[in-house]
Design a protein around this ligand. Structure first.
Ligand code: EMZ
Length: 388
């Protein structure tokens, strides 16, 4: 019998309880995944020992993107003190989702998408809702015309992955060419867009280099792509099987924000992110040699039963929720405010417009981590909305 579409099992339960770590192979290079929340936080804080910057670009991502991407993603692939400078520069821009005008535009954009889907007999969530929603919302974050989203939609759900190829160099090149073109356009004809703002910014009393601008923009496209798409699709699967929770959000609107936190904890759209050891050290009594990688496994830490009561169940009104779905410490997700606002608006509008949903068909999507297969989302999810 088929499991419920909205069930996302904890793939790390046994390893977390037994060893606290899991060793996986990534393209011939070992990664020691850190599974418990407490240990993960300790490693995340210790950037001197577990660095994000002291290795080649792409390597702290698992699977490593070192063969398909040469630009360093900023700020996620640099350490303090330069990391602190970049965050100070970028944080105000990424706080714009708190502005009323931004929120208003986001609401209109999501309402329009939902209204179109409400009159359809059935639709496929990944391609008909999550992908256009992620792309159109990103035009607000980058402050570019909404028409740009059509190009991004044509790239599919992941900027580096394609069907059957988790590391697609052709796709990575399409993204790089696109970004370099946009940077050139904005340097010739500056405006209010993200590229222009970056080209006119300074760190350490000097202008950013083109490569730095490229690295910042590359991350803006890659970091919030499949993660947001999966968060949206997975949330739809959840509300389709728990219409009572949508009804609760309808009567208690404040619940929507709590539901966002709980659903991202449960789904953990980004499984993990790596660090490279700068010296011989150990994690949970396991030796890690200099230049070897560890990964901070947000997905496992978010199910840590020593921290989260009834961790494998979604409680949309969970009170204590110190999840790490957006990372932890100084590298905490820069796009988190945008993602939270997007999901909160989506949940609020769903509650307003949709009475219930029927799941017509679905196929789950998995990520392979050594011997472990982790469910991360859907190949496709066909549903029907029943309007209010
Ligand atoms: C990287 C990562 C997350 C990587 C915060 O960054 O997300 C992955 O999906 C991308 O492939 O490049 O950005």
């Amino acid at each position: 019998m088929r499991t419920k579409s909205s069930e996302f099992p904890d793939s790390f339960k046994q390893e977390r309880a037994n060893q606290g770590v899991y060793k996986m192979d990534d393209q011939g290079d070992e990664v020691l995944m850190v599974l418990g929340l407490k240990e993960l936080r300790n490693c995340a804080r210790d950037h001197a020992t577990f660095s994000s910057g002291k290795t080649i670009p792409g390597r702290i991502v698992v699977p490593s993107e070192e063969h398909i991407r040469s630009v360093r993603q900023i700020p996620v692939e640099v350490d303090p003190p330069i990391h602190t400078e970049f965050r100070a520069l970028l944080d105000p821009w990424f706080k714009r989702p708190l502005d009323k005008e931004y929120q208003h535009k986001l609401t209109l954009l999501i309402a329009e998408l939902l209204d179109d889907l409400l009159i359809r007999d059935e639709f496929e969530v990944v391609n008909d809702l999550a992908l256009p929603l992620q792309s159109r919302a990103l035009t607000l974050l980058l402050n570019v015309p909404i028409e740009e989203a059509e190009t991004w939609i044509s790239w599919g759900t992941h900027v580096f992955r394609s069907e059957g190829d988790p590391l697609d160099s052709g796709k990575a090149a399409v993204l790089d060419d696109y970004i370099l073109q946009q940077i050139e356009k904005s340097s010739k004809n500056p405006g209010e867009d993200f590229y222009s703002v970056l080209l006119n910014s300074e760190v350490n009393n000097r202008k950013l280099t083109t490569e730095e601008v490229h690295g910042i923009v590359n991350l803006a496209f890659a970091g919030g792509r499949d993660t947001v798409i999966n968060a949206v699709t997975n949330s739809i699967s959840h509300f389709a099987e728990h219409a009572d929770e949508l009804a609760k959000i309808r009567t208690q609107p404040n619940l929507s924000r709590m539901a966002v936190e709980e659903l991202v904890r449960y789904f953990s759209p980004l499984t993990h992110l790596g660090r490279v050891a700068t010296e011989n050290t150990q994690v949970c009594k396991y030796a890690v040699k200099a230049n070897e990688r560890i990964s901070l496994c947000w997905a496992s830490a978010n199910r840590d039963e020593t921290v989260f009561e009834d961790a494998d169940n979604i409680k949309i009104d969970r009170k204590q929720n110190p999840h790490v779905a957006f990372g932890f410490g100084h590298h905490k997700c820069l796009g988190a405010m945008h993602a939270r606002q997007l999901l909160n608006t989506l949940f609020t509008l769903l509650a307003e417009k949709v009475a219930s949903m029927t799941i017509v068909d679905f196929e789950e999507q998995f990520e392979t981590l050594g011997q472990i297969n982790r469910k991360i989302g859907f190949q496709y999810l066909k549903v029907k909305f029943h309007g209010r």
